[in-house]
Design a protein. Structure first.
Length: 77
């Protein structure tokens, strides 16, 4: 069985690095946290991703609102 590099779909030219070991450890930890059930692991990751997407959306709205009220100054380099 061939091992699929998780980053393959996004960056197929990406060389393997020491970060891959950390990613593999995180994958093992996620699976372990779900009792070895891969469907439960995927479900938990989807729920977590949706939560984070909602958080980003809310933060973007807050920043846009603050920017429109002049609370942020643009960076001029």
């Amino acid at each position: 069985m061939r091992h699929l590099n998780p980053g393959y779909l996004m960056m197929s030219a990406r060389p393997e690095s020491d970060d891959d070991d950390g990613l593999e450890a995180a994958v093992d930890q996620a699976i372990s946290a779900c009792g070895g059930n891969l469907r439960a692991t995927i479900r938990a990751l989807i729920v977590a991703n949706e939560f984070l997407e909602n958080e980003v959306s809310e933060l973007m709205k807050a920043v846009a609102k603050a920017h429109s009220r002049g609370r942020f100054k643009t960076y001029s380099g």
